[in-house]
Design a protein around this ligand. Sequence first.
Ligand code: ADP
Length: 421
Amino acid sequence: MVEAELLRVIHVGWINRAVQNLAQGSGVRQDFREQLEVFFDLLGKAADTGDPSWLDSILQDWSSVLTQTDLEDETSSLSKIIQQLATITLEVCKETLQPQDALALFSTLYPALTYATHKAVEEELKVRINYISNQLSEAKQALERLDQTKSDFIAVAAHELKTPLTLVEGYSAMLRDQIDHGSPSSYEIELLSGIANGTKRLRAIIDDMIDVSLIDNSLLSLNFQPVWLNRLFVALQNEVLKALEDRHQQLTIVPFEGSGDLTFGDPERLMQVFRNLILNAIKYTPDGGYIRLDGRRLPGFIEVLVQDSGIGISLEDQSVIFEKFTRLGNTSLHSSGKTKFKGGGPGLGLHIAKGIIEAHGGAIWVESPGFDEQKCPGSTFHVLLPILQAPPDDKSAKLYLQLTQHYHIPEEIYKTRHERT
Ligand code: ADP
């Protein structure tokens, strides 16, 4: 018998067996029998012409209707269904035909069935990849929404807390005035300084929260003024003298090339960055350790290094500490003190520092051999700041024109941000 006739013989048995075996796994779709008829017909054509691509269209159709359950449930995958159809074909050939005819027909159908299996795997993989990448992008959108909600919450909370805090600050200042006019007892002075310390810390946290929301919403604006980094460093050194004394630490400021040159930046914001880096260095370095401020001039940039002999930071954590609310290690060590050893704060400082430095057109990163509380390998924070010969906005540039002329800034060293980009 020729193949076409043999196919006609097994046709009904093949369809019935396939419906019976596969209906359960495929969720009994209405047109399932019709679909199997089409597959059987195309299988015959593929075998007849020797061109298995006849099966492409139906395999694509089948893979495109794979449901979410099919994709999540490995057992009802399309490639498995095609494998089952191949087994059914062999069984029905054996049961319905003479052994010789069964062998002849199955040998003719075999290449098309093998092709169909491979093609099913390929199509299914495409659908799966699509499905997974859709899921990933949905998860990404959900995370972005969550991050935005977090930013909105920070902004709202900070502004809501600011008003009552201003009231507490105002009334406590009035109370201090009142008491100062009499002869306050040491107990009264202690109570007032307790309130003053508390409000100062609260103000610092609220200011940090506001800075985070400004940075996250790209609203941070800089007030460009002349800056001499060495002067900032000396001012900061005076600020942290008491903390260094308490922790028996030494801060060395190395006068490096470029640190005494004029550049433009927001001095308040730059102080905030270096204050944070120095206070962190004090905080994460054991008593008796050292902190060193060094740097170098690079073409168009100044690189400042804040080095410490502290506990260091693992490679894995180096990439996350600039994200907001990153506090490494034991959260029970959380302390609002700015210089207590390992007394972690709210985890906003480095995120703000990064925002400020990037707003200046610079970069900030950390280097450390790793985290080790015993050996204390130390950390080095790098701050790369562009050297500006004038403020980037025209109004301030006009204002400081005379100053820049007076300092005779060499062209090749000082280039404005506009010129470099
Ligand atoms: P905070 O100090 O408020 O926790 P930061 O954003 O300033 O937040 O720092 C984030 C984390 O980075 C800190 O909790 C600390 O684990 C780590 N870190 C920062 N500076 C240093 C440093 N100099 N040495 C070791 N770890 C540091």
